[in-house]
Structure formats: C-alpha cells, structure tokens
Design a protein around this ligand. Structure first.
Ligand SMILES: *[C@@H]1O[C@H](CO)[C@@H](O)[C@H](O)[C@H]1NC(C)=O
Length: 202
C-alpha cells in the first residue's frame, strides 16, 4: 500500500509540477534569464527527484507480495517465471516448488526425526506471502543420520505452498534447518482447519 502510494506520487507529482514550472518559467521570461534559469534548475531537480522516487520503488523485499499461490491467477504459480527475470527457473526448472505430492515413499533408513529445540528470542516479520520467525544464530537442532541441522527460521504459507494429489491445504509450516555447510533440511507441516466429521470436509 505504502509502496503503491509512493509510486503514484513519484510518477505523477514531480512530472505535473515540472510541467507547470516550465510553463511558468517561459511565461515569466520577461523577468530576465536569471529567473528563467532558476526555474529550470528547480525543474531539473524535480526530474532527478522523480527518478530517485522510482529507484526507491524498485521491488526489494516487497516483491514477495507480487506473487501468490492461487492457481490460474495473474500472479499465480504458472506465471511466476514471467513475473521477474530472476524467477525464470520457475518455468523450466526440474525440481521447483510448488510440488504436487502424489506418490509417497518412506525412507526407512532415516529413522525418527530427532528434534531438540529451546526457547530463545526471535523476530517475527510479515513478508507479504508468509509470516516468518527467525533466530539469530539459530535455535536448537534436528539430527538426521547423525548430522546436525540447526533451526534457522520457521514460516507459514497461507494457503499451503504444496498440494497433495491436487488438494491445497489451509496453511503450511516450513521449519528450515541448516548444517555447517549450509545444506538445508526442511520439515513441512500441512494444516487443515476442517475437523474430522465436519460436513464441509472435502
Ligand atoms: C494420490 O492418489 C492416488 C490415486 O488415488 C493414490 O494412490 C495415492 O496414494 C495418493 N497420494 C497421496 C499422497 O495421498
């Protein structure tokens, strides 16, 4: 909202004011060249200022709000590759999210998830497409095949990022862990707000 407001003001405000000033500068040219030059310098500043406004508006973190998980939406998964140059892999990548989970194979060698977390200070941020809780320096660990992965952050997608046999869930939690070489282990939990026996259950 803030970004959109600033972009409108950045594009229309200085351009409109500049046009008025140029007309004013030339209509007052009888006041002498110094006056006209002063007005033109103000005009140049406004043009520069307008560029500055646009630079400020280039999507950074706010770009997260520019995509969503709604199927067949103008900013939905099948359009992601075209929304941003850096997102081309969303169109031709082989292992891209979101994944529709159809076949489940349990890796018996993996054993149970060995989790050991603790309470510690964290920051909560609304990134537009999700909410994220982050721990500076991590929090506790997950051990898989004797290798430790430290919990870095957890975030929730609404609705779920991944689907099961085409069904999208109400919410999805991702618990993102990293080992010392930055290799990741992510635990995903799918939420359904419909209770068993709910007549709305699909
Ligand atoms: C998806 O549907 C197929 C066919 O009905 C079924 O065999 C499979 O177990 C389902 N997958 C999941 C993850 O529920």
């Amino acid at each position: 909202m803030e970004t959109a407001r600033r972009r409108r003001a950045g594009a229309a405000g200085p351009a409109f004011a500049s046009a008025i000033l140029v007309i004013f500068a030339f209509s007052c040219s009888s006041r002498g060249p110094a006056f006209t030059w002063t007005i033109l310098v103000i005009f140049a500043f406004l043009v520069r200022n307008q560029q500055w406004c646009q630079r400020l508006d280039r999507p950074t973190v706010a770009s997260n709000a520019l995509f969503n998980y709604k199927d067949k939406d103008p900013t939905g998964p099948d359009k992601w590759a075209k929304l941003n140059k850096g997102w081309a892999a969303c169109g031709d990548g082989k292992k891209q999210c979101p994944i529709d989970i159809c076949k489940v194979e349990i890796n018996k060698d993996m054993g149970p998830l060995d989790q050991a977390y603790k309470s510690s200070a964290c920051t909560l941020e609304n990134r537009g497409h999700d909410f994220i809780l982050q721990w500076k320096g991590g929090n506790g660990k997950l051990t898989i095949e004797k290798k430790d992965y430290v919990l870095q952050q957890v975030h929730w997608h609404v609705p779920s990022e991944h689907t099961v046999n085409g069904t999208r869930f109400d919410m999805e939690l991702h618990m993102v862990h990293e080992d010392s070489s930055k290799a990741r282990a992510v635990i995903s939990v799918l939420y359904s707000t419909k209770e068993a026996g709910d007549p709305d259950k699909t």
